[in-house]
Design a protein around this ligand. Sequence first.
Ligand SMILES: [Zn+2]
Length: 80
Amino acid sequence: MFMQDSVRFPHRSNKDGSFDSICPACLATVISVRNEQDLPRHEAVHGCDPLRLAQLGQLMSKRSERSERPERSAAETSVS
Ligand SMILES: [Zn+2]
């Protein structure tokens, strides 16, 4: 499912000149460093928190359920 090798971690530059690496799977800030070149080795050893992943998965499924039912309001109005 989640291929660690092929994943790209988005990098975020901060106002203080440091760089954050964001895990695209668990959305956690992996590390904040001064040199962006240091991020890949930290990303390589990052392990996602299974609990956080599970919570995110629940959030995602709830969101997709809602977005997949745009006809809900229309159905409610037609019933009444
Ligand atoms: Zn992660």
